[in-house]
Design a protein around this ligand. Structure first.
Ligand SMILES: NC(=O)C1=CN([C@@H]2O[C@H](COP(=O)(O)OP(=O)(O)OC[C@H]3O[C@@H](n4cnc5c(N)ncnc54)[C@H](OP(=O)(O)O)[C@@H]3O)[C@@H](O)[C@H]2O)C=CC1
Ligand SMILES: O=C(O)C1=N[C@H](C(=O)O)C[C@H](O)C1
Length: 277
């Protein structure tokens, strides 16, 4: 079978460079384009060299239409507005769109859903196997533990450069907990606590955010009861876990019908647990 032709959007970013490395070593995948904004100092650089590899003969450009004309799939870890814009461009070009970006507004989500009527989009707040497995475990635990006996709190920590909170993963895990409890996360979540908050309201799902240093990504879902506590934790030690997931998603989209898919679909982990990354 022909190699899947892949463009990396945000190719000079922390995730973009990692994805270029993983595409270069993946069987069945070929890097055919690398995109950055028109303002980027990486324009004109070789994408392989940027990623710490030998030259791959793919120059970083800002010409989206030209890059997508060669692509079966575009892998995108960039910024919310850029991803929403790219969804439309990818649908026009007939390329699948793999979205790892987090921090979307409702308008961005709507634009992406519209584009998914015309092309395959895989979107997840976390592309790793471990987190997507964890989401299923969280859903199961939330279903089993009564909300009047166990409080759910989601704690996350990321590096000092991260710009959105709570993380896409924390929201994905929150959606899994809400699904297990058969409640609407938007109605039950407590995003911030400060000052005289009063006692904790039963049934709510709390979020706490830590930022610092070079932490790749750490998430714990805590089920806290009287005299006992269950903690389900995922620790990411290397961005390659996300990049491998994204590349496997790109390969999975080959010949796939239009639609908005999740990593749980790609990994065959059963019913979708939609996050709002
Ligand atoms: N789903 C998952 O598994 C994971 C998701 N993420 C998410 O991925 C996103 C990126 O993270 P990270 O790599 O750390 O961030 P970086 O800031 O390191 O990288 C983002 C890159 O996207 C580029 N970019 C921004 N706008 C455009 C545009 N319009 N056209 C082309 N390129 C653009 C940036 O360029 P410039 O700097 O010049 O603006 C930058 O090179 C975040 O939303 C993060 O939360 C991260 C890890 C895993
Ligand atoms: O910005 C990051 O770095 C990460 N973002 C994703 C998120 O928001 O959950 C995934 C991962 O935790 C790293």
């Amino acid at each position: 079978m022909d190699d899947t032709q892949i463009v990396v959007f945000g190719a000079a970013g922390r995730m973009g460079r990692t994805i270029v490395r993983i595409v270069a070593e993946a069987r069945g995948a070929k890097l055919v384009g690398a995109l950055e904004p028109a303002s980027s100092s990486a324009l004109g650089d070789d994408a392989g060299m940027l990623a710490g590899l030998k030259p791959l003969g793919v120059t970083v450009t800002s010409d989206i239409a030209s890059a997508l004309s060669k692509a079966d799939a575009v892998i995108d870890f960039s910024a919310p507005g850029a991803s929403a814009m790219l969804a439309e461009a990818a649908a026009k070009a007939g390329a699948a769109h793999i979205i790892g970006t987090t921090g979307f507004s409702a308008d961005h989500e709507a634009a992406i859903a519209r584009a998914a009527e015309r092309c395959a989009i895989v979107k997840s707040g976390n592309m790793s196997l471990g987190v997507n497995l964890l989401a299923g475990l969280v859903e199961q635990a939330a279903r089993a533990l009564p909300s009047d006996l166990f409080d759910i709190e989601i704690l996350e920590m990321h590096h000092r450069h991260k710009v959105d909170a709570p993380s896409g993963t924390a929201l994905l895990l929150g959606e899994a907990a809400a699904k297990g409890r058969q409640v609407d996360l938007a109605e039950e979540s407590v995003r911030v606590r400060d000052g005289q908050t009063g006692p904790r309201e039963a049934g709510t799902i709390g979020f706490a955010t830590l930022r610092g240093g070079s932490v790749v990504g750490e998430h714990s879902v805590i089920f806290a009861g009287e005299g006992e506590r269950i903690e389900l934790t995922h620790l990411a030690g290397d961005r390659e876990i996300f990049a491998r997931g994204a590349v496997s998603a790109a390969l999975w989209t080959k010949g796939r019908a239009p639609g908005l898919y999740s990593m749980r679909d790609v990994l065959g982990l059963g019913a979708e647990t939609t996050g709002r990354p």
